[in-house]
Design a protein around this ligand. Structure first.
Ligand code: ATP
Ligand code: MG
Length: 575
């Protein structure tokens, strides 16, 4: 099938055919591997292999600075910079497998650190720059950080007070200091100037640890998730089949590298395909975002429901104001994308928004709506070729696959694919609990319809048990969002002796809507009509905002804790 825009032949032209003939061994053949059979290294696939070809002068990364000027890095320039950084680590005596952290905005030094660390075969862990000191401390200590690359301002404000408690942190490298501050606090510029610009990537076993990512902390304390170099198989194949990268594409992944999406897709996948990525150093701003899409001639845009909802609220029709004729794909991840948003994409950009599902633990996209496939708005799509996904019933640590369509159950993935995490750092017990037999338990609930599309129901932890029904909050929230007065919705189960839990909804109303009893009754009646009395909320509370993680996910556990007067738990990722 061919895209309606640009007439590009999609890589995944025939889902069923490609799925049937797919093998991970064949993916290995499409990757280049280290020269002389020295293994597989993400940084070689992402940079060095292109720097040997005519691709070397292509822009790999374009940084849009806060003042909208930009700084470009070609593949050959990126090769030099990352080789220098690998030599910096060598000169400092860092060992293979040790952990190098970054704490910075989306500046070039972060990306050079990430890829240089992978080259050196140390482990890279990015931290989101807006974290406060305590969450930074927890992650640096849990991750056994030996090097931290950060800016002077972030160091002074957030890291300096922690140093005494971080005895294993050997070096702090300041991206913006021209001089070394002490034996331990060093200047990025000075170190880079003195480092050689050639670096031979050492032998890298595909199973060598590469990346450490902390989860979003939506359901509790963030977990440290470990990935190996072989994860690049998934980065590559999803770049091909889901993001549909072609030579000449300009890709924009809006996620910060502090979240897994911002690394797997904000750094690695587009580079492996030799295309150009743009990176905006500024935070969300609707007008700026639309103008980035236009001015940079973005062809593929990967973003999140939270940003889409904010754009939807602006009530403007972007295609009438901006020239977005180059934009041929919009994708979304991180939270359920309600059907209305998919259709909004169609009406406002001329293309639907393609939802896809994955987690920090899976390292890359697992279920997706593909550009060549019919879209069921509200569905996450179908499994990536090479990935076996099923719905299962789990009782007493026994797993039974459910074959009956449209039946709710646990979303499970057959283990053994390259980017499945290799552990939760320092938490072997918890890691073991994620598996039964051959299956990895995602912790999410879903349904599969008779055509093989997967539909998100909710996180197992968020499921509401009311009068013998299992209610997924997403379903209720999506329906409430259809009411013309409702702008945002979050739904929890509140313990109630006679029915188990009652469905309670927290609603943000649209501007100019009066939060009075009449509005409440009107929404309740609408919900009962749409969903039936068993599922519709019994209680509604109007709120000014809904608590979310910094990556935009609704923190239902926090709403519930507050409702019940219980401790609020880990709030390190609260926006
Ligand atoms: P924690 O594990 O710390 O509670 P988290 O699960 O939110 O945090 P991530 O790994 O960033 O951390 O997010 C993965 C989760 O996000 C998925 O398990 C799922 O619940 C949700 N999610 C991601 N994409 C989608 C999607 N397209 N539709 C519905 N839910 C999604
Ligand atoms: Mg999770």
């Amino acid at each position: 099938m061919v895209s309606t825009k640009d007439k590009i032949e999609h890589h995944l032209s025939n889902y069923e055919k490609i799925k049937t003939s797919f093998s991970w061994e064949n993916v290995a053949k499409e990757l280049s591997g280290l020269p002389e059979g020295r293994g597989l290294n993400i940084a070689h696939e992402a940079i060095d292999k292109h720097a040997l070809t005519s691709q070397k002068n292509t822009i790999a990364l374009r940084f849009i600075k806060k003042d909208t000027n930009f700084r470009d890095f070609t593949y050959s320039e990126l090769k030099v910079q990352t080789s220098k950084f690998a030599n910096v680590l060598q000169n400092l005596g860092i060992q293979k497998g040790e952990c190098v952290f970054s704490l910075a905005g989306r500046i070039p030094e972060l990306y050079i650190t990430a890829l240089g660390t992978l080259k050196y075969t140390a482990v890279f862990c990015p931290l989101y720059s807006v974290f406060g000191p305590e969450p930074i401390f927890q992650r640096l200590s849990k991750g056994d950080a030996v090097v931290l690359v950060t800016t002077t301002a972030l160091f002074e404000k957030k890291v300096k007070p922690l140093l005494e408690r971080l005895p294993s942190l050997r070096y702090i490298i300041l991206t913006d200091s021209n001089e070394h501050v002490s034996d331990k606090i060093l200047s990025f510029t000075q170190l880079m100037e003195k480092a050689k610009d050639e670096f031979k990537i050492p032998e890298t076993n595909p199973e060598d640890p590469a990346l450490l990512h902390f989860t979003s902390g939506t359901t509790g304390m963030p977990k440290g998730v470990l990935h190996v170099h072989k994860a690049v198989y998934t980065h590559y194949i999803t770049g091909k089949y889901v993001l549909d990268f072609h030579q000449g594409d300009v890709f924009w992944c809006t996620a910060d590298p502090g979240w897994v999406t911002g690394t797997s897709y904000g750094i690695i996948a587009p580079l492996v395909h030799g295309i150009t990525s743009i990176i905006d150093e500024e935070e969300f701003d609707a007008t700026r975002w639309y103008s980035n899409l236009e001015k940079q001639k973005v062809t593929i845009w990967y973003t999140a429901p939270t940003a889409i909802r904010r754009l939807m609220r602006m009530n403007i029709k972007p295609i009438e104001i901006y020239n977005l004729e180059k934009l041929r794909l919009i994708l979304s991840v991180g939270e359920p994308l309600h059907a209305g948003a998919v259709i909004w994409g169609l009406e406002n950009f001329g293309i639907p928004i393609l939802d896809n599902w994955w987690q920090t633990e899976t390292g890359g996209i697992m279920i997706a709506n593909y550009p060549s496939m019919n879209i069921q708005p509200g569905s996450m799509g179908k499994p990536l070729p090479g990935i076996e996904v099923a719905i299962a019933e789990i009782t007493d640590n026994q797993i039974k696959l459910i074959t009956e369509p449209n039946t709710q159950g646990h979303l499970v993935l057959k283990k053994g694919f390259p980017s499945l995490f290799r552990g939760y750092l320092h938490d072997e017990e918890r890691f073991k609990k994620c598996f039964i037999g051959d299956w990895y338990l995602s912790g999410d609930l879903a349904k599969m319809d008779s055509a093989g599309y997967f539909w998100f129901v909710g996180r197992a932890d968020d499921i509401i048990k009311t009068s013998g029904h299992m209610v997924g909050p997403f379903e209720v929230e999506s329906t409430l969002m259809k009411h013309p007065s409702v702008s945002e919705a979050a739904v929890i189960g509140k313990p109630e002796p006679t029915i188990g839990e009652l469905v309670k909804a927290f609603l943000v109303l649209k501007a100019n809507i009066n939060p009075n009893e009449e509005t409440k009754m009107d929404i309740m009646a609408f919900a009962r009509r749409e969903m039936g009395p068993a599922v519709a909320p019994k209680e509604i509370e109007f709120v000014a905002t809904i608590p979310k993680t910094r990556s935009g996910k609704i923190l239902r556990r926090l709403l519930k804790a507050r409702e019940l007067g219980l401790p609020e738990g880990d709030l390190s990722t609260l926006e």
